[in-house]
Design a protein around this ligand. Structure first.
Ligand SMILES: *[C@@H]1O[C@H](CO)[C@@H](O)[C@H](O)[C@H]1NC(C)=O
Ligand SMILES: *[C@@H]1O[C@H](CO)[C@@H](O)[C@H](O)[C@H]1NC(C)=O
Ligand SMILES: *[C@@H]1O[C@H](CO)[C@@H](O)[C@H](O)[C@H]1NC(C)=O
Length: 380
């Protein structure tokens, strides 16, 4: 019954204008948009019953000036420069599907200042602005982390002193800061990982030496990181890799004597041998020459941080080479040494020994072997 009366009343022009026109409205909530700096954001305002005299307007409520009209329908109202690859800062796309019209506001070349509330409303000519249908969408522009404050790349400490490693970072959202040791050993806290800007190193010992890594991560690629190398001044340590080494006495083979050394500042390494010459006592320092090769290996991943590997190659081993050898490491905090005994074996030892595949086992000897086996068959 009421419906009928309404239809009848709507035939009267003035009543129609005020009560019977279908009211325009914004139908969907505006989905919050989260995008990273430099990329583009799209926010939708979907309206129904839009007629002439209705204008869909986007307003950036959190602009520097406290509110700016960006667009009215598809017209851009702000200064709209090209910001990248022919793209302008703002665009509005319009699409109509089943009597719903979507006005998509595209914001390109996103910056942190683009973060904030974007209000879509339908201006209705003649109606007071408070009655305009409106919805608000929220845009967050994320910024990958940047480490802004940190230690120098190398931190040198005396033993039993303390220091703090610093790592501060900016980014949106605010990044998580974590410390680990690049060599996988536990931190001074006893744990593998520490969360926080300042990692305290107190009463440091040589075990605290190493590369410490700070990572700032907020899930916006890429994370930022830096390494600080912590060095503790310590007297040398020296270890023989093997403390006895054998080789045959033929004058043809060599041996490698090896020592691992650590200490800071980096120790000098010197090789000695016990003096066996008749009528002499004490030690003789060895130099790189025809008899000895002295070398230092580049630190490999199998060596702990701060350790170096030194090799003495003794060539053409013969009777007077069988004695005790020493590697002695020295820095300004002290010196220490390790010893290696070279002893005689009946067979050649190590990788430099001749084998069946060697040229020394000649074709001639193979042919002899074959002949002998043929002959033995023939006669037996
Ligand atoms: C915005 O609207 C377009 C076209 O109607 C649609 O393809 C897109 O998925 C919408 N985006 C969001 C975030 O709702
Ligand atoms: C520092 O460490 C050393 C060795 O670990 C220990 O003897 C000493 O008591 C410690 N000093 C302090 C102040 O903790
Ligand atoms: C920080 O770490 C916590 C715990 O892992 C995590 O829940 C949170 O999402 C992280 N924050 C950021 C900004 O990545």
């Amino acid at each position: 019954m009421g419906q009928l009366i309404l239809r009848f009343l709507c035939l009267i022009p003035l009543f129609y204008l005020v009560h019977c026109q279908l009211r325009p409205d914004i139908v969907d909530e505006i989905i919050p948009e989260v995008t990273s700096q430099g990329s583009s954001a799209r926010i939708n305002c979907t309206v129904v019953n839009k007629q002439s005299g209705h204008i869909v307007t986007w307003n950036f409520l959190d602009s520097k000036t406290g509110g700016d009209i960006i667009s009215r329908d598809q017209n851009i109202f702000l200064n709209n420069p090209i910001c990248k690859d022919g793209l302008r800062k703002y665009e509005v796309l319009k699409r109509e599907v089943n009597q719903r019209t979507t006005y998509t506001l595209i914001i390109n070349c996103l910056l942190p200042v683009d973060t904030g509330r974007y209000k879509c409303y339908i201006e209705i000519s003649g109606a007071p602005s408070y009655s305009y249908p409106s919805k608000i969408g929220y845009l967050t522009v994320q910024v990958p982390p940047t480490i802004t404050s940190k230690n120098d790349a190398v931190l040198e400490l005396d033993e039993y002193n303390s220091a703090s490693l610093q790592c501060e970072a900016t980014g949106i959202p605010s990044p998580n800061i974590t410390w680990t040791r690049a060599d996988g050993f536990p931190l001074p806290t006893g744990f593998a990982l520490f969360r926080g800007q300042n990692l305290k190193l107190s009463n440091v010992t040589k075990d605290d030496r190493g590369a410490y890594r700070c990572v700032a991560d907020n899930n916006v690629r890429p994370p930022d990181e830096f390494l600080v190398s912590v060095q503790v001044f310590v007297a040398p340590e020296c270890e023989a890799v093997q403390d006895t080494v054998g080789q045959a006495n033929t004058g043809q083979y060599y041996v490698r004597l090896e020592c691992k050394v650590s200490g800071y500042p980096e120790p000098e390494l010197t090789w000695y041998r016990e003096n066996t010459a008749i009528g002499q006592v004490g030690r003789e320092q060895l130099n790189d020459n025809d008899k000895y090769d002295i070398s230092k290996q580049i630190a490999t991943s199998t060596l702990r941080f701060g350790w170096s590997w030194y090799t003495l190659r003794v060539k053409n081993i013969q009777a007077n080479d069988y004695t005790r050898y020493f590697c002695k490491a020295t820095n300004r905090l002290g010196s220490t040494e390790a010893s290696i005994d070279l002893f005689e074996t009946s067979e050649c030892q190590g990788g430099n020994c001749p084998t069946i595949g060697d040229a020394s086992f000649t074709q001639a000897s193979l042919i002899t072997l074959l002949l002998m086996s043929v002959i033995s068959r023939f006669f037996l």
